[in-house]
Design a protein. Structure first.
Length: 65
């Protein structure tokens, strides 16, 4: 199972470590992971537990009001 949001599809992206910039010309690679949390989503016929990013969780609770 990929580490991606089940709602929006946000996944990990690659980048460079900011502490390896400046006078250091060798940039160290790193991966930026999304903040995924277990969330209960209402599906047709019941509920389901999915991994969702915090932005989708926040939007989901705002639309429920």
């Amino acid at each position: 199972m990929a580490r991606a949001c089940a709602i929006c599809g946000k996944a990990s992206i690659g980048g460079f470590n900011p502490q390896s910039s400046g006078m250091n010309r060798v940039r160290a690679h790193r991966r930026y992971q999304p903040n995924l949390q277990l969330t209960i989503v209402a599906k047709a016929g019941g509920t389901e537990k999915v991994l969702a990013c915090t932005r989708c969780r926040r939007t989901q609770t705002k639309s429920a009001r």
